[in-house]
Design a protein. Structure first.
Length: 223
């Protein structure tokens, strides 16, 4: 089928109509424009080379498909907005809970309860404390077994460490052989929960930030 001035006239008619409407509604609300285009094609077609009826059917099917796709996109956008609102409501449930996770320790001078996990083959272990610069500020020999312990926040000389955030890990040994190192588990209260790039980020009372996926357990905060 040859492209004639008929098609150009129809296209110009459609463009003129579309230009007067907002871009977002141009496809989904221009069914009447499409009918006008078909009518123009039929009125101005070459009598010696008429447009095949199958071509009309193909154009109609194509337009309907695009129109349905636009409606589907609008529906998905609406659902995304609703799900986003639900996500905020769900995030509010985290705030005020106490989370159990491997995270830095916020130290304010008071002893901190830690849960340590030693290797099953260890016969001794060391609690290694690093400051925010990554420097080791304390090494404390502890039993090579898993459990809960109180960390007093002292350096190697027995003097209290400054208030701040510390990364604490447990190094497991068998004799002098290092078997592995694992961050300690800490309990802290959640004061903020936010959605950051599709990931839920939790902010603790001590200022630490962790992903919700890193939380090992939740409990009601002791009053």
């Amino acid at each position: 089928m040859e492209v004639s001035s008929t098609t150009q006239a129809a296209a110009q008619s459609g463009q003129a109509t579309a230009a007067t409407q907002p871009p977002r509604n141009a496809i989904s609300s221009d069914f009447e424009t499409f009918i006008k285009m078909l009518t123009t094609q039929m009125e101005n077609q070459d009598p010696l080379n008429p447009i095949e009826s199958a071509d009309f059917a193909v154009q109609l099917a194509t337009f309907s498909t695009v129109e349905q796709q636009v409606k589907t996109n609008d529906l998905l956008t609406s659902l995304a907005d609703r799900i986003g609102g639900l996500g905020v409501a769900q995030l509010s449930g985290w705030v005020g809970m106490t989370a159990r996770a491997q995270m830095p320790v916020s130290f304010d001078g008071a002893p901190v309860s830690l849960t340590v996990e030693a290797s099953a083959e260890a016969d001794n272990a060391e609690l290694v404390v690093r400051n925010q610069a990554g420097e080791v500020v304390s090494r404390q020999v502890v039993p090579g077994e898993s459990g809960t312990m109180e960390w007093a926040g002292l350096d190697d000389t027995g003097a209290p460490l400054p208030a701040g955030t510390y990364a604490i890990s447990l190094e497991s040994y068998r004799g002098d052989e290092l078997l592995g190192s694992k961050d300690v588990i800490v309990h802290d209260r959640i004061v903020e929960a936010r959605n950051d790039g599709g990931q839920t980020i939790l902010v603790m009372a001590g200022g630490q930030e962790i992903a919700a996926s890193e939380v090992l357990g939740l409990r009601e905060t002791d009053s």
